[in-house]
Every structure is written in C-alpha cells, then in structure tokens.
Design a protein around this ligand. Structure first.
Ligand code: F0G
Length: 438
C-alpha cells in the first residue's frame, strides 16, 4: 500500500475509523460491520469528472494481461486505490452484456428495460466481482486460508479465485441439499475443501464466523468489506454501458443484501465525484419465502426483521437474516428506493419470459424481473422510466429448475410459459411432421 493511504475502514455502527492494513473483519471498538471509506476529496483532486469518464472509456480497449481489461479493475482508483497492481487476482471478470429485453417491455408496457447479465462472469455469477477484490486483498496480506459459507455462488467464485493463487487454500461451508448440483460441482472442481452441513445458510455462516473468531481464517463472505468494493463495479459498468446516463431504476435480487448495498455505495460515490449527475432508485426484490427486508419496508423500517427462510426456487437468496441488512436499508432509502417480494409462480413465469429472449438467467435473477413487473403493474415504476434489472447468475447453474418448469414437474407451479420437450420415434418423417406443411 502507498505511504498515505486513500482508503480506511469505517464502522457503520460507532463511526470509529481503522486502517485498511490487515485481515480485520469487525470494528475493534464495538464489533460492528466495517465498510471501506475512500477519501473522495483526494480522488476528486486526481482528475475532473470528464477525465475519469474518458479514462474508464479508454480502458475498455485494454488487451492481454492488462488488469484494466477487467470490469472491476477498470475502476481500480475507485475500488481499492491503494492495492498494488501486482497483487491483483483477475480472471478477468465483468464486461457483462446489457441486453434490451423486448418481452419484458411488452409485458410491462415499458419504454426501456434492460438486463445486465452477470451470469456471464467467469464462474457464472456476479460474485466474481467481489471475489477478485477479496482474494486480491487476501493475497496482498499473504493470507494462506480463505473461507466462506454460501448458497452456492460465493463458494464457486471464492474457490476459483483462491485456486489462482499459489499457496492459498479455500474452505467452503454449504447447506446440504440446498445448493444446485452445478453449484456444488464448482468448488469441488477447483480443489477447495468443500464441507456440507445439515443446516440452512444462516446457520452455516454463524458457525463459520465462530471458527474464524478462533482460528486464522480469512472470511470472504460479504461481511468482509473488501467484497463490497468489487461488487459495486456492477453499478459503474451499468452507467458506463449507458454512456454515463444513469437509468431511472436498478432492480436487484436480495439475499444477504451485500450486492444491493454495494451497488448503492458505488452509485453514491460516483455522484459525489460528479461522474454521474443523479442516482437511480434501487428496487430490492426478495422471494416471499425469505423476505425480511420487504416486510421491513412495508412496516416503515420500524424494527429489524429476521425470519426463518422457507422453501423457494430462488435458493441462492433463501436467507432469513441478511448480514448487510443495515447497509442495504441505508442505501435503498438514500436513493428513494424500496423493497418488494414476489411468489414462486411469478418468479418462474418471469424466468421463462427472460430466458425465451435468449438471455438465460437463474431463478434468483428472475425474482428481480418479477419484482420489476409487479412494481410496474402497481404504478411504482412509470411506463416512461428506464430500468436495468441485474441478473445475478446464469441459468445453466439451475438447469433442474428450468427443466422442471418446462416439463410441468414443479409442485404447485402452473407451467404457463412451458416449452415442452417433444419425444418422437427415431424417424425423419416424425421430425418433419413437427415442422408443419407451410
Ligand atoms: N443472486 C444470486 C445468484 C446469488 O447467489 C445471491 C447471493 C444473490 C442474488 C443475492 O445477493 O446476498 O448480496 O443479496 N448468494 C450468496 C452466496 C448468499 O452464498 O452465493 P446478496
């Protein structure tokens, strides 16, 4: 790190400030969650807003081993300015497509609806953005063992990034039987110590935090403030993709609430630096079976809501007690945003609509799409509002859910938009008959 660091760790609870120079996970004064605070005044002095935009646009042409090719490290000075380039572990992540989805525009009667497909990242989810930051910092510190509890995507990302660092080992703790088979395969493939427990995600995380308090294990769940810094680059890419004109709304599926907190933090920093002139409103969407933040919003945020998460096809956001609850409420309120929840049928129908546009997303992403449709139908989002929905993981991670829907085998779900598999004899004429005559 440089001699006069630009970034430090601030406690959201008591306001104490600690140096960003070690594997600190919580506030030494009160035990609260920490966040990376950048000296935005110093960053602003480096370049005027238009020059920052030009620099980030120019880096889109980076080639070869240049870490600026990454959709996270393109914004190095706003992510972890003090981290030496030599410590960066990148695959390179980001640079995901922003697709216009006409089917959603038609269904909603909306003018401009796009999907940012984070499933196009190296391990097929947005988690790669947080992990490139978290694992790079772990490498900078020389940490030998990194760990996370996960609903399936954080573990896949951490395992892959740790595997890129010689001498770094990974440990993942998963709720047994509650991650998809594709997600389970990922840390195993990356050579990570893969542990499953007969417990839900909230319990896995609680137990792992106990282990980390006793042993020198570097926790890479989103309680780790470094993760948030990488993840906020989703917001940077969205506004850059749109020529630095922010959309009216950004819609995000919410589980542990780190991602929506990161996106909000990133947008507020861009506004403070003058790189954008207004901040989009955030809509956080949860599955009804695990919707503490949606309930808190309905109740006017009277008190912190915790629930025991029930069954949902959106297994990656099956979380009843989100770690980044306070952070998420803070940024959603700051943007004039809200939280919403949607049911299983809505999630699966929305998934079928987005998938059928050739943009194959996971059920968690579809939760956001369904939340958008609901908010639009209620008039919360106007027809003229421009909307970006963040699809957080690829549909290929949840193939059984996709096939279950299209074959009508999901209990309690009407396969309304099913594209059924057609089984015919091994006979060319049988295939021809399916094509029709004209
Ligand atoms: N979408 C997907 C595909 C996810 O994997 C997650 C979180 C989220 C949305 C929600 O993001 O937690 O930041 O609000 N997955 C974590 C995991 C919990 O362990 O992979 P969040």
């Amino acid at each position: 790190m440089s001699r006069t660091p630009i970034s430090a760790l601030g406690c959201a609870t008591c306001g104490a400030v600690h140096p960003l120079d070690g594997p600190r996970q919580s506030c030494a004064s009160c035990g609260g969650l920490l966040e990376v605070v950048h000296d935005l005044g110093r960053i602003a002095l480096l370049r005027p807003p238009a020059a920052w935009r030009d620099l980030f646009d120019a880096r889109k042409g980076a080639r070869g081993d240049d870490p600026h090719r990454s959709g996270v490290w393109r914004y190095h000075e706003l992510v972890l300015p003090d981290l030496p380039v030599a410590d960066i572990v990148t695959m390179p992540e980001g640079n995901t497509n922003l697709y216009r989805v006409a089917a959603l525009e038609t269904l909603a009667g909306s003018r401009d609806v796009r999907v940012k497909h984070e499933g196009e990242n190296p391990t097929l989810s947005f988690k790669d953005r947080g992990m490139t930051a978290g694992v790079s910092f772990a490498r900078h510190l020389g940490v030998p063992l990194v760990a996370c509890a996960s609903t399936g995507d954080t573990s896949a990302a951490m395992a892959a990034y740790a595997a890129r660092v010689p001498g770094m080992r990974g440990l993942v703790v998963l709720p047994r039987g509650r991650v998809s088979v594709e997600q389970l395969s990922q840390p195993i493939a990356s050579g990570c110590l893969t542990v499953t427990l007969p417990a839900d995600f909230d319990t896995c995380l609680r137990l792992l935090r106990e282990v980390c308090a006793r042993r020198p294990v570097y926790l890479l769940n989103s309680v780790n403030p470094l993760r948030i810094e990488g993840q906020k680059a989703i917001a940077f890419e969205i506004v850059q993709d749109l020529g630095w004109t922010p959309p009216d709304w950004i819609v995000v599926p919410v589980g542990n609430a780190g991602n929506i907190a990161a996106i909000g933090k990133g947008l507020l920093e861009l506004e403070a630096l003058g790189i954008i002139d207004r901040v989009p409103r955030l809509l956080g969407v949860q599955a009804e079976a695990a919707a503490p933040l949606a309930r808190a919003f309905r109740e006017g945020y009277r008190e912190r809501v915790r629930v025991v998460a029930g069954e949902t096809v959106a297994t990656a956001i099956r979380i009843g007690d989100p770690v980044s609850y306070e952070r998420a409420v803070k940024v959603v309120r700051a943007t004039g945003g809200r939280f919403e929840s949607v049911g299983e049928q809505e999630i699966l129908d929305a998934k079928a609509s987005v998938d059928a546009a050739g943009v194959y997303v996971c059920p968690n992403s579809a939760t956001a799409a369904a939340g958008f449709l609901k908010a639009r139908a209620a008039g919360v989002i106007a027809a003229s509002d421009s909307v970006v929905i963040v699809a957080t993981a690829h549909g290929c991670k949840f193939s059984q859910t996709t096939i279950g829907y299209h074959t009508g085998r999901l209990a309690g779900i009407e396969p309304r938009r099913a594209n059924r598999i057609v089984e015919v004899d091994a006979d060319a004429a049988a295939i021809e008959r399916l094509i029709g005559t004209d």
